[in-house]
Write a protein that binds this ligand. Structure first.
Ligand code: HEM
Length: 345
């Protein structure tokens, strides 16, 4: 009953760029079935729990260790340092470039690209035809000649089997590159903030790092990074909760409110509680249904590693300014912080 295809009458666009993206080559996040499932299946093997543990976890651990070294070196004793700019941004950006198979020599340069920093799965198509897109197209071409052990090379196998064109591979690679970066940047920074604001739970987490899974599940419920992503056009009349939605109408789901729904999460839904009995799949932060984030576990593992390592290496990390002076992203973007000065000794 709900269409994710932005060409369907009534599809709610909230950015100017979204209207022009209607004419761009659609990415599967913006397609309905059967095309959605077909394209999504091309990436499936890269995001299974087994692949994440064997192939991606070691790379994530190494990258996070190296970027933490740099962060600690730059921050120095008692010097305020911006956790958003110097830690939360480089970590997911470096990781996704490496997973795609971008050569190390290009990673630092491309990591400063604002398209990757601000994109979401929803506005990825708006960024097509930029120099970054061009870079990805050239990279795909080179992987067709010389594949490696990365996401683009997995897609290239589908190209050789005749299931994808070269343009399809570039489109899929570009979606993976831009889909979750901004949400991960914001989840890392707001995740650190929420733990600093709950010192007793933070102390417990530091003593018991095995709680990382609970901590991340609760962060993705309490803080809905990808707040504006679940949008649909109504394809046929339907009654929901006593309300009739008519064909052609637009729906923007209030995922943040859903994540604090007392009927679902109990009377203390407004409270941050790392002991909440909650399965990761129940939090709406990564979406719901057939379009649920394909990299939800990839992101969960990344967040678990970052938070565990950060508080292990910097147990005295603290805010360098009072929470009231923090600056947040505008309401039309993913919920997050634009700057968070911290210090450590
Ligand atoms: C904290 C991090 C992340 C959050 C909160 C998040 C959230 C979401 C949400 C809410 C959707 C559903 C959109 C809809 O219903 O229309 C989605 C879809 C998607 N995400 Fe993520 N995401 C994150 C990280 C990532 C990363 C790192 C990647 C890539 C490596 C990624 C790839 C995708 C893809 C490919 C889709 C489309 C799925 C489909 O339409 O079947 N996401 N994400």
């Amino acid at each position: 009953m709900g269409s994710n295809d932005r060409r369907t009458p009534g599809f709610p666009e909230i950015h100017e760029g979204g209207k022009s993206a209607k004419n761009a080559r659609p990415m599967f996040v913006n397609l309905d079935n059967p095309e959605h499932d077909k394209q999504r299946s091309m990436l499936e093997s890269e995001f299974t729990l087994d692949t994440i543990e064997k192939k991606w976890r070691p790379m994530m651990e190494k990258t996070i260790d190296e970027l933490l070294d740099k962060f600690i070196e730059k921050g120095g004793k008692h010097q305020p340092i911006d956790l958003v700019e110097d830690l939360a941004t480089p970590i997911p950006t470096h990781i996704i470039y490496q997973a795609l198979g971008v050569p190390q020599k290009d990673v630092d340069r491309l990591s400063n690209d604002s398209e990757v920093r601000n994109s979401t799965s929803r506005n990825a198509a708006e960024s097509a035809n930029t120099h970054l897109h061009q870079y990805m197209a050239e990279l795909v071409h080179s992987k067709i000649e010389k594949p490696g052990n990365d996401i683009i090379s997995t897609l290239v196998k589908q190209y050789h089997e005749g299931n994808l064109s070269e343009d399809d591979v570039t489109t899929l690679a570009f979606l993976v590159l831009t889909a979750g970066n901004a949400a991960l940047i914001s989840s890392i920074s707001v995740g650190v903030l929420v733990l600093l604001e709950h010192p007793e739970q933070l102390e417990e987490f530091k003593k018991r790092p095995e709680l990382a899974g609970n901590v991340v599940t609760e962060i993705s419920r309490y803080h809905t990074a990808s707040a504006l992503n679940s949008r649909r056009a109504v394809k046929e009349d339907v009654d929901i909760g006593g309300q009739t939605l008519r064909q052609g109408e637009s729906v923007i789901c209030s995922v943040q409110a859903g994540n604090r729904d007392e009927d679902k999460f109990g009377n203390d839904a407004e409270k941050f509680d790392i002991h909440r009995k909650l399965d990761f799949s129940e939090s709406l932060g990564f979406g719901y249904g057939p379009h649920r984030c394909q990299a939800d576990h990839f992101s969960r593992v990344q967040l678990e590693i970052v938070l565990t390592k950060l508080f292990k290496r910097l147990p005295n990390l603290q805010l360098a300014k009072p929470p009231s002076e923090l600056s947040y992203t505008p309401a039309t973007m993913n919920a997050g912080l634009t700057e968070m000065l911290v210090r450590f000794d």
